[in-house]
Design a protein around this ligand. Sequence first.
Ligand code: GTP
Ligand code: MG
Length: 331
Amino acid sequence: MEEREGEDGVEQPPLCPIDPNTQGIIKGRDLFGYVGIEAVLDQMRRKTMKAGFEFNIMVVGQSGLGKSTLVNTLFKSKVSRKSCTPNYEEKISKTVNLQSICHVIEEKGVKMKLTVIDTPGFGDQINNENCWEPIVKYVNEQYEKYLREEQHVNRKRRIPDTRVHCCVYFLPATGHRLRPIDVEFMKRLGHIVSIVPVIAKADTLTMEERLEFKQRIRQDLEANGIRVYPQKEYDEDAEDRILNDKIRENIPFAVVGTDKEHQVNGNKVLGRKTKWGIIEVENVAHCEFANLRDLLIRSHLQDLKDVTHNIHYETYRVRRLNESNANVPNC
Ligand SMILES: Nc1nc2c(ncn2[C@@H]2O[C@H](COP(=O)(O)OP(=O)(O)OP(=O)(O)O)[C@@H](O)[C@H]2O)c(=O)[nH]1
Ligand SMILES: [Mg+2]
């Protein structure tokens, strides 16, 4: 800001004095009175509410680990399978094709189009050597679709987003270490999508067994250089780091899924009957299903979308554009 000289030649303070503590940020209030910049938050909120948003989760893992069941449990609606009447014998059939099931969920005026991609479990073939291929192919196909849409001369105002924002990877509750197939699978997936590993059917392990197993898995993930969400290098600030460190210390979540409701203290709760009593799926003292749901929906949904767009999709986009440039013949 220029120094001014008054009519009498005496130096005047600048028109809008800059407070050295604000490092040159001129507050709306100082310049014109109240400008109302923070109202942009309301504008953004209104726009998001009107447009709604898309969120896509994929469940992956060996056959029979409870992927389809957990998806049903996750949204308490029959997201991935037949409708269920409580008290009837639950019978979830084997998933044979990769299928995406879409639900529009509306809460307090905010619309979310949630798509869950339920995948057939691997492990049934005699040779499981390349069992990750259909999954990797699906993830990449969604990036390709998005890239094509982006490159259209007349592109849509809003490109439909079918990209996988999170892949929940199911580990069997063996209590031992990561199996070579899980290492191989997650290594490959970790380069293209955000992975959240979970211990499936955690009701089959005692609390002590769960804790020890979780610790061994964390060691194995690190030793094998497997990238799982949330990754340290993407923490944006100290606040993020504190929040994400708590999640990292707790990963993989030990989850239990069910479609059945039971009466507990006069309330209907989603639960699974075991020899130790009823495991309440949404009770954090019993299992970590609620922690997983909170991570996916409450605390990290937007971050998962950002990481998908800014990191995974960007890596794909750059690779594809480099490939196309390499294929252009030199003039
Ligand atoms: N003990 C226990 N059993 C479970 C749990 N979740 C699911 N199951 C049972 O495990 C069996 C397989 O469940 P699904 O949900 O079909 O498993 P899936 O992973 O989708 O199997 P595929 O479609 O073959 O890949 C069913 O009999 C479920 O009732 C759980 O948390 N604990
Ligand atoms: Mg299934």
